[in-house]
Design a binder for this molecule. Structure first.
Ligand SMILES: [Zn+2]
Length: 61
């Protein structure tokens, strides 16, 4: 996914891992629902399946 702050692309999994130390993640179990950018630390809202679908359609067009 693309970071909304620095604009760099990174795998969504990397964001989840970096969120492991987030206090919210501990409260809610595993994830706080945000994807933290490994480059700048900005917490991006998690992309929904619908957003990904729209984006993939745009790429084809
Ligand atoms: Zn970033």
């Amino acid at each position: 996914m693309k970071c909304g702050f620095c604009g760099r692309e990174f795998p969504e999994e990397a964001g989840y891992q970096s969120c492991g130390t987030c206090p919210l993640a501990k409260l809610k179990g595993n994830s706080c629902g945000m994807v933290k950018c490994p480059y700048c630390g900005y917490e991006n809202p998690k992309e929904t399946g619908l957003v990904k679908k729209i984006r993939s359609l745009r790429r084809k067009a």
